[in-house]
Design a protein around this ligand. Structure first.
Ligand SMILES: [Fe+2]
Ligand SMILES: [Fe+2]
Length: 301
């Protein structure tokens, strides 16, 4: 099924899911989550030092990456509009989603600034560098876009949530919990849209899913020192192979979309199905090997 037909066939489902989203989400205000009374202690008269923060390096890495990922919103919008177009419910959803996403960088940045949580100069230089490159994962088809967006929104929810759990400051915990809550609704929209797409053309979606699962990357390329920040995030267990396997691949790919049980697929669909199942299994084995090793060597978080 080509992209135009897929979008047309999915339109009634998108309308229902958009209505569900509007009914379930509640209005919230970033300023209510920000500890404004800390304003006088914001560091502006000298260079920021790690001891100003009180947070471990891994948590600072996660906050840096998570916020810069939110900052890159203009380029996600560009690509989502290219995938979905800007008409009818597709445009309505994309604009609403953009408005919700824009709140995330506002609340996280205000919190980080007022808490001296990370170096504000490194953060601003990082933002300029990342946004000047316009690098984002760029799924080439609507089918790939749907499955990527579902997996990515869930991964972002998990990453924000786990980062929040490692912040000792209750105000920071609340900020990250609130943002993660939004990401969950985004995930549910895309997950259920992808489910409807599987009903329409299981073979094409399975092939699309294979490409996105085997090549999955969080948005983040273009962030300065992304590889070393990712290693710190993984070592702290905020987002690693185990999380990816246990909280994304198994519950969504295997259970919710039921990839292993799909029947009547084309030969190409069957090949992709076997490849996905083998890959999920492999990630599970790597995750348990790494977890066993981590038990032997304590991390520095
Ligand atoms: Fe977000
Ligand atoms: Fe989101």
């Amino acid at each position: 099924m080509d992209d135009v037909t897929l979008l047309r066939e999915l339109t009634p489902t998108a309308e229902k899911l958009y209505e569900r989203h509007l009914a379930q989400t509640k209005e919230w205000f970033p300023h209510e989550y920000v500890p404004w009374d800390r304003g006088p202690s914001v560091v502006v008269d000298r260079p920021w030092r790690p001891e100003d923060s009180g947070l471990p390096q891994a948590v600072r890495s996660a906050l840096f990456v998570n916020l810069l990922t939110e900052d890159n919103l203009p380029y996600y919008l560009r690509d989502v509009q290219r995938l979905f177009g800007d008409n009818d419910v597709w445009g309505q959803w994309t604009r609403r989603w953009t408005a919700e996403e824009a709140r995330h960088s506002v609340v996280i940045r205000d919190y980080l600034t007022l808490s001296n949580a990370i170096d504000p100069i490194e953060l601003e230089r990082g933002r300029m560098q990342q946004m000047s490159t316009a690098q984002v994962p760029d799924p080439p088809t609507t089918a790939q876009g749907l499955v990527y967006l579902a997996l990515q929104e869930l991964a972002t929810r998990i990453s924000h949530h786990n980062t929040g759990k490692l912040i000792t400051d209750p105000a920071g915990q609340e900020v990250m919990k609130r943002v993660a809550f939004d990401e969950n609704f985004h995930y549910l929209f895309y997950r259920d849209l992808a489910s409807a797409a599987f009903e329409l053309d299981a073979s094409a979606l399975t092939v699309a899913l294979e490409a996105e699962v085997l090549g999955f990357a969080m948005p983040g390329t273009g962030i300065p020192d992304f590889a070393s920040h990712s290693r710190a995030i993984s070592k702290a267990g905020i987002y690693d192979f185990r999380v990816h396997h246990e909280q994304i691949l198994v519950p969504v790919v295997l259970r919710h979309w039921g990839i292993a049980g799909l029947r009547g697929l084309s030969p190409e669909g069957q090949r992709a199905q076997a490849s996905i199942v083998a890959y999920v299994d492999k990630v599970g084995r790597v995750a348990s090997r790494l977890s066993e090793r981590a038990l032997e060597v304590p991390t520095d978080v």
